[in-house]
Write a protein that binds this ligand. Structure first.
Ligand code: KIV
Length: 278
């Protein structure tokens, strides 16, 4: 068994908290986050010290076999969040808000209440950075619901974007995305996922904002990284995103793959130059 796996297994971990993530940013400790959909995977993530488990609406693609995340329902996310909760102790649990479940503050508050009280999540994640999304973030924050924002490639906007494409490539698009990142932080978001954006832009946002940034296809300068667990285990059928990596290849177990991912994120080896941003 590799030394890093033994060390993580043996460690008595303090619970990861929302304010603790900001302290990690301040100390320069990288945050290792993975998507998770069930109790067994959650238990392996817990054992190796993954900081944050996200019940992503990517479950629509990798668990339900759909071609987009749009059909995922709030009931689906509540169900999977409850399963994941049973496998976790110290790892922080975040649940995604599906398409249209945060379309206005009252709808978002009712949905978030279910994710925290029925699902056992500690925070919710929602996509977008425009004005109405910031109003929703402010309403959730005012009602003590910690929010992880998500800008850049937002899969729930697939039809508006015309496909799953890198965002923020032109100067104008980069300036808009930077403004959205500032706006969600000002509205009260505690954490920000940057998906498929140029590494230099992600780096500039990360240096400017007080809240931690978590990159996926956004280069190495973010405060942490997230991957879809099925992608980083090489079990998603078909094409793997260029920014992902098969951590199970050459290793004997899912647990070892999760441990290697956490180790590479924390030591700055993932993402490397071969994991092209975007
Ligand atoms: O749904 C999801 O899994 C996500 C992550 C890729 C950030 O939003």
């Amino acid at each position: 068994m590799p030394a890093y796996l033994q060390a993580a297994d043996a460690a008595k971990r303090k619970p990861v908290t929302v304010p603790g993530l900001r302290r990690m940013k301040a100390h320069g400790d990288k945050i290792a986050m993975l998507t998770c959909y069930d109790a067994s995977f959650a238990a392996h993530m817990e054992a190796v010290g993954i900081d944050v488990a996200l019940v992503g609406d990517s479950l629509g693609n990798v668990v339900q076999g759909r071609s987009s995340t749009l059909p995922v329902t709030l009931d689906d996310i509540v169900y999977h969040t409850r399963l994941v909760r049973r496998g976790l102790a110290a790892t922080l649990l975040i649940a995604d808000m599906p398409f249209m479940t945060f379309r206005d503050p009252p709808t978002a508050l009712a949905a978030a209440a279910r994710l925290l009280s029925e699902g056992g999540a500690a925070a919710v994640k929602l996509e977008g950075g425009s004005g109405w999304v910031c109003e929703v973030i402010a309403a959730l924050t005012a009602h003590e619901v910690p929010v992880c924002a998500h800008v850049g490639l937002t899969p729930q906007s697939v039809h508006k974007m015309g496909g799953y494409r890198m965002q923020g490539k032109t100067d104008d698009a980069a300036a808009r995305l930077h403004a959205e990142a500032r706006a969600v932080a000002a509205a009260g978001a505690e954490l920000l996922v940057l998906e498929s954006v140029p590494a230099a832009l992600a780096g500039a946002i990360t240096r400017e904002l007080p809240i931690p940034t978590i990159g996926i296809g956004a280069g190495a300068e973010c405060d942490g990284q997230v991957l879809v667990s099925y992608d980083m285990l090489g079990i998603t059928p078909g094409h793997r995103p260029k920014f992902s990596k098969d951590f199970l290849a050459g290793r004997g177990s899912v647990r070892e793959a999760f441990a290697a991912y956490a180790d590479e994120v924390r030591t700055g080896r993932f993402p490397g130059p071969e994991q092209i941003a975007g």
